[in-house]
Design a protein around this ligand. Structure first.
Ligand SMILES: C[S@@+](CC[C@H](N)C(=O)[O-])C[C@H]1O[C@@H](n2cnc3c(N)ncnc32)[C@H](O)[C@@H]1O
Length: 363
């Protein structure tokens, strides 16, 4: 069902979440052993009420070393160390994993350079200090689109943060969590956060943040190493790591859909629907439309952002709706400028959208 008008949502006297009218059969996606390399589905780390305990440490050192190598690889792998013998899929995976540092870098810049910062990712400082290689930082700073990337990250982060904190869900699932630090900075003490990404990168992030003195601000953090192109495996991994069916759950697809084959998206939306409570569950997805590639990204950015699937937000919306989600809305720049007056003067390129949907109780 289409939400009639954005004006219905944009009442500055009410909290954002209350303004939002938001709230398949599972296809088996074949995955080759090669593509799964780097995503193991065991539960590796648990934080409970701001105290963290490391579990399953057997493969830990190996994965940490492997991931550290990946993260410190040059942004353009062809200029890096000898690539002989390494196949294209591995190279692509490393490039995609490294984008987690890019988004962390752009979020951090907002708090450091913007006149009116709207996104305060304080823990990002420790992550960037440890993992962002100087040449990668220089490459990011050289983009003619640097200011726009900062604006995109600031607005989308703040938008999603506000949705979470104004009505904290029982469970929050971050698909392709990367260097997301919400578990360490959002006040949601009753929320269990599931981060899904490659095992090594998530584990390295936690180690880094704890070393830097950060502690959890959520109820519990559960890290799940899994390849999110395979929805059935993700579902299994979540269930075997303590995901509770029937609880109000918020699903975040932020900076991830554009790196996955489009064919994998419907099964992920359907999985989220089937695992969510019939009311109080939300889906939030950034959708980058093709024009962002055509009109905004310059060659410099395309070389470092290995996008796979760009399509129209209306297509994503239809897929979300047919998966069982309702009350969908596509947020465009004009909506977001209105919600955040401090975003005025910022630049959100055409084709940047955020799709929201909620689980509707059919009974
Ligand atoms: C651009 S980063 C976004 C990270 C985070 N959501 C954010 O907004 O900062 C993309 C992330 O998706 C993860 N990713 C990409 N493909 C994946 C896959 N098939 N399975 C699991 N994670 C994946 C990468 O490892 C990376 O951390």
């Amino acid at each position: 069902m289409r939400v009639p008008s954005p004006t219905r949502h944009l009442d500055s006297t009410r909290p954002l979440a209350t303004q939002l009218s938001i709230g398949a059969a599972r296809q088996g996606i074949p995955t080759s052993a090669d593509m799964l390399l780097g995503y193991s589905s065991h539960h590796i780390f648990v934080g409970q009420r701001a105290r963290c305990t490391v579990k399953d440490s057997t493969p830990r050192q190996l994965l940490m070393r492997s991931w550290r190598r990946q993260m410190l690889t040059r942004a353009n792998p062809t200029q890096g160390a000898d690539r002989e013998g390494e196949d294209l899929s591995r190279e692509r995976r490393e490039k995609v994993q490294q984008t987690a540092l890019f988004t962390s870098f752009w979020r951090d810049l907002d708090q450091r350079v913007s006149k009116f910062p709207i996104c305060m990712d304080v823990p990002a400082v420790a992550i960037l200090d440890e993992f962002l290689a100087p040449d990668v930082r220089a490459m990011l700073e050289a983009s003619p689109n640097l200011a726009t990337f900062v604006d995109i990250l600031a607005v989308r982060t703040r938008f999603i943060d506000d949705l979470i904190t104004s009505s904290p869900p029982q469970q929050l699932v971050l698909i392709g969590a990367g260097m997301d630090t919400r578990a360490y900075r959002l006040a949601c003490p009753c929320t269990r956060i599931f981060e899904i990404d490659s095992t090594g990168s998530l584990e390295e992030k936690q180690r880094c943040l704890i070393d830097a003195g950060h502690s959890l601000t959520c109820g519990e953090l559960i890290i799940v190493g899994e390849d999110v192109r395979d929805a059935a495996r993700v579902e299994q991994a979540l269930l075997s790591n303590g995901f509770q069916m029937g609880q109000a759950t918020t699903w975040i697809f932020e900076g991830i859909l554009e790196y996955l084959p489009q064919a994998t998206h419907p099964a992920l939306f359907a999985m989220a629907a089937s695992m969510s409570s019939s009311s109080g569950s939300l889906l939030i997805a950034q959708v980058l439309e093709p024009e962002i590639n055509d009109n905004f990204l310059v060659e410099h950015d395309r070389a470092t952002l290995p996008y796979e699937a760009l399509y129209f937000a209306s297509t994503a919306e239809a897929s979300v709706q047919s998966s069982g989600w309702g009350d969908t809305y596509i947020w465009r720049s004009e909506d977001l400028y209105t919600i955040y007056p401090n975003a005025l003067g910022r630049t959100l390129p055409p084709g940047f959208t955020i799709l929201t949907a909620k689980m509707i109780d059919a009974s």
